[in-house]
Design a protein around this ligand. Structure first.
Ligand code: TXA
Ligand code: MG
Length: 326
């Protein structure tokens, strides 16, 4: 493929993006969480192209994105739990897994042949406008090569996938910065498949105790061990970094590190989540250009958005075979 077009966040840009999607092309677009690599979910060939372009080793199930909750519930069967979650968190960074309806329009390859489909209504106004114009479900995994850091700005997308996709709709910087929380509601009780932009605490405030699934649904790549990985070696929970390490800081730092990316000076988890992937992108480049030993990450508390941040950091620090990567 030739050049990847950068489409502006305008009515025309959205119309161009929608037309490309309808024609079976792949375009990346920003959501409030991360940039997604979108394809018309009803077009099995377009969906298959996502796996090829990302270099995903396996056909992992994808999230179908819609402009409205009612559209999503036309493709999956909602229950009382799902409706309460949707009322509280849609549009927003919550993905709900539910049984596919027999008349579900989403290609089977998108849900990897499973009888359950993940659906979400993004809150980003541009993403929603795009979905409204397309008027079909759009599947969109994070717009990064398999196993690498998720993109939170159009430049990140072009860095990883430039030349391999038709366009990126520039939606600015993603406000939430970590992917959506994935909850399986199929069985009438909430099972957390992936921590993300909606905290476990805020879900529990609406629907009561949430179970954490480790092994129950092995098909969630968010649950695979190696993911979001920078090229540089990443050391976690570091209180004193060495002189040859770049520092991913959370809260005040003492001078000394050769390169510092501050996630949040005032140790604010929301700010840190929004900056996490950019921090990994930036430090990864600095480690290479300054010839450093790796990245040292300061500890982040395991509450609220800290769950999602630590989940991504743990995966980014894990190196395993390509076989297991998303
Ligand atoms: O914030 C997000 O969710 C972003 C933006 C672009 O919307 N998308 C995203 O997609 O993170 P992806 O493909 O990188 O992650 C999808 C997650 C994975 O953990 C996947 O396994 C899970 O959702 N998932 C999708 N369909 C599923 C299903 N049918 N059953 C269980 N888990 C599913
Ligand atoms: Mg991803």
């Amino acid at each position: 493929m030739g050049m990847t077009k950068r489409l502006p966040d305008t009515k025309e840009g959205i119309a161009r993006g929608a037309a490309l999607l309808k024609a079976g092309e792949l375009i990346a677009f920003g959501t409030e969480t991360v940039y997604g690599l979108g394809a018309d979910a009803t077009n099995a060939q377009a969906v298959a192209a996502i796996f090829a372009v990302k270099g995903r080793p396996r056909f992992n199930p994808l999230i179908a994105h819609y402009a409205e909750g009612e559209c999503a519930f036309g493709d999956v069967t909602a229950n009382d739990l799902a409706r309460r979650l949707a009322d509280a968190f849609w549009p927003g960074p919550l993905t709900i897994v539910l049984p596919r309806r027999p008349e579900c329009r989403v290609a089977l390859i998108a849900s990897a042949g499973l009888d359950r489909l993940a659906v979400r209504i993004p809150a980003h106004p541009t993403a929603r406008a795009l979905l409204r114009v397309v008027d079909r479900p759009v599947v969109a995994p994070s717009a990064n090569p398999s196993g690498r850091i998720s993109p939170t700005m159009a430049d990140h997308v072009l860095e990883g996938l430039g030349g391999r996709i038709a366009a990126v709709l520039d939606c600015g910087i993603c406000g939430v910065g970590v992917e959506s929380t994935v909850v399986d509601a199929s069985d009438g009780f909430p099972v957390l498949l992936r921590p993300g932009g909606v905290t476990k605490e805020s879900i529990e405030a609406i629907v009561g105790p949430v179970r954490r699934s480790e092994a129950a649904r092995p098909l969630a790549p968010g649950m695979l061990t190696s993911h979001y990985a920078p090229h540089a070696r990443l050391r976690l929970n570091v209180t004193t970094s060495t002189a040859d390490e770049a520092l991913l800081a959370f809260g005040p730092v003492e001078a000394g590190a050769p390169a510092v990316y501050q996630l949040s000076e005032r140790a604010d988890l929301t700010e840190a989540a929004a900056r996490l992937f950019d921090g990994l992108h930036v430090l990864d480049r600095l480690v290479a250009s300054l010839d450093l030993r790796g990245i040292a990450a300061m500890p982040v508390p395991q509450t609220g958005l800290g769950l999602a941040i630590n989940d991504r950091l743990n995966r980014a620090a894990t190196r395993i075979t390509d076989e297991k990567k998303d």
